[in-house]
Write a protein that binds this ligand. Structure first.
Ligand SMILES: Cc1cc2nc3c(=O)[nH]c(=O)nc-3n(C[C@H](O)[C@H](O)[C@H](O)COP(=O)(O)OP(=O)(O)OC[C@H]3O[C@@H](n4cnc5c(N)ncnc54)[C@H](O)[C@@H]3O)c2cc1C
Length: 466
């Protein structure tokens, strides 16, 4: 069967693809969106952001009920974990999201096409589903095929003992000992989930710090808090091999020349994700890639083949859902002759541990390496009234501002609901705010964002509450 006349064929219905499809339809394009998986929403909705946050929220309640309520004068009896119910709630949250996209596609008259998409030419896509192939043709094709977990050659996934984030989101029992390779956001978030539920968690990291890319000092503070919660860390350490030991694994670790072994029930490999273009036929039609396997695009998200565009995890940049969404919108707006734009300097990044670590803009190390003279203002949540009311005084806000112009260069927040507070920081940076601008903006009292205002005041040594 041959379908012609699409203005845009989107490959992949993750946050990049489905959002691009909707924006394109709003702009009057006739859009088809091809997805190989049975549900829409991609990594983010099915096996990423949403199920992980659903479990983080549930386990935060569990941890609070265990350790956080007594301080509020609330006594609870013995707690019982109902893991199947917790998983079922998570699945329900996912289902609501994926079904919501079906509704959005209907509303916007986007044609969802289920099957594996393969580029036959610059404007033709074969979609295979079971034995049937449907051929779509269109003016333009947008590749939004995302990413998959990186597998270590000596520690291949078996789905049971050596697992990726996907399986770590649906374990049926709490492992006694969980070893995690990789101290990035995914490793720390999933480590937090299972640590709160009672697993002994050891995180092994190749570098000498956790959450690489985030401000080093803030990362150090987060590590201290997670250690207090019971998580263990071995930095500058590599996991080499794993051998079966009873019902678990014996993992060989190497740290600065010496080896040791660790036993665990489950080994979670969370060393990053790679762009996914398997079976896509992109190379065959002439699409160029960089040396890290990412599709090369220009500032209009155009690949080296006229008419083929790419966005999201499959191109360079942070692998984040909101980055993919912004690129999807910008790409199709530019296709429609509008002035789409993504400000990569103001894309926030969050690690959803408790407390959360959120940042936008430059870290102190990045400002130093770019030789930008800067001033720093900090403010601890211990001095924030709302944080004290909540009994969530861990963490601080750190603001970097240009020493000459006072323009905000970066904001880093370790604290309760930092993921929400960072929104103000991102907007301030998007609008090119100075520390003075934030310091002079009225903030509702008592709220956590007041800590941001105080950090801005601290840039000029005039904090009020410390
Ligand atoms: C555990 C975990 C937690 C995460 N948490 C967060 C978070 O809190 N915040 C955040 O911003 N990011 C988070 N991420 C990252 C986020 O999920 C990704 O950055 C985001 O999903 C990328 O969007 P995308 O549209 O580029 O690709 P994807 O979401 O990967 O979607 C790509 C889609 O394309 C489909 N596809 C691939 N090839 C084909 C083909 N040939 N034909 C048809 N369909 C195809 C795939 O099946 C998939 O549905 C998390 C990731 C993981 C794994």
């Amino acid at each position: 069967m041959k379908d012609t006349n699409f203005d845009l064929i989107v490959l992949g219905a993750g946050p990049g693809g489905y959002v691009a499809a909707i924006r394109a339809a709003q702009l009057g394009m006739r859009v088809a969106c091809v997805e190989k998986d049975p549900t829409l929403g991609g990594t983010c909705l099915n096996v990423g952001c949403i199920p992980s946050k659903a479990l983080l929220d549930s386990t935060e309640h569990y941890a609070t009920a265990q350790h956080g309520l007594a301080a509020h004068g609330i006594k609870v009896g013995a707690l019982e974990l109902d893991l199947p119910a917790m998983m079922a709630r998570k699945d329900k949250v996912v289902k609501l999201g994926t079904q919501g996209i079906i509704g959005l596609f209907k509303k916007n008259k986007i044609e969802p096409v289920t099957g594996y998409g393969r580029l036959r030419s610059r404007n033709t896509v074969d979609v295979t589903n079971g034995g049937a192939t449907r051929t779509l043709t269109g003016q333009r094709v947008l590749i939004a095929t995302g990413s998959v977990p990186i597998q270590l050659p000596d520690l291949p996934f078996d789905g049971k003992r050596i697992i990726s984030s996907t399986e770590a989101l649906c374990m049926r029992a709490v492992p006694r000992r969980l070893l995690i390779i990789g101290a990035g956001a995914i490793g720390l978030e999933l480590g937090s989930v299972w640590n709160r539920l009672g697993a002994e968690v050891l995180v092994v990291e190749l570098l000498d710090r956790i959450v690489p890319g985030m401000d080093r000092k803030m990362a150090g503070l987060l590590q201290r808090v997670l250690q207090k919660q019971g998580m263990k860390f071995q930095l500058q350490t590599t996991a080499r091999t794993a051998a079966r030991a009873g019902s678990g694994l014996q993992v060989t670790l190497e740290a600065r020349g010496s080896t040791s072994t660790e036993e665990c029930d489950v080994l979670l490999v969370a060393v990053g994700r790679r762009p996914f273009v398997d079976g896509l036929g992109a190379r065959e039609v002439g699409v160029a890639f960089d040396d890290r396997g990412r599709i090369t695009v220009d500032r209009r998200y155009a690949t080296t083949v006229p008419g083929i565009y790419a966005i999201g995890d499959v191109i360079a940049g942070p692998m984040l859902a909101h980055k993919a969404e912004e690129e999807g919108v910008a790409a199709v707006e530019m296709m429609a002759g509008q002035a789409g734009h993504v400000n990569y300097d103001a894309v926030p990044n969050v690690v959803y541990t408790w407390p959360e670590l959120a940042s936008v803009g430059l870290s102190e190390e990045q400002a130093q390496s770019q030789e930008i003279p800067f001033k720093v203002g900090t403010f601890p949540f211990l001095a924030n009234a709302r944080a004290r009311c909540m009994n969530e005084t861990e963490g601080m806000v750190k603001m970097l501002a240009d020493a000459k112009t006072d323009r905000v260069l970066g904001i880093h927040i370790l604290g309760a609901r930092a993921s929400d507070v960072i929104a103000e920081a991102a907007i301030a940076m998007e609008f090119g705010a100075s520390a003075e601008d934030i310091a002079r903006s009225a903030h509702a009292h008592p709220t956590l964002p007041e800590a941001l205002k105080e950090a801005a005041l601290a840039v000029h040594q005039r904090s009020i509450n410390i």
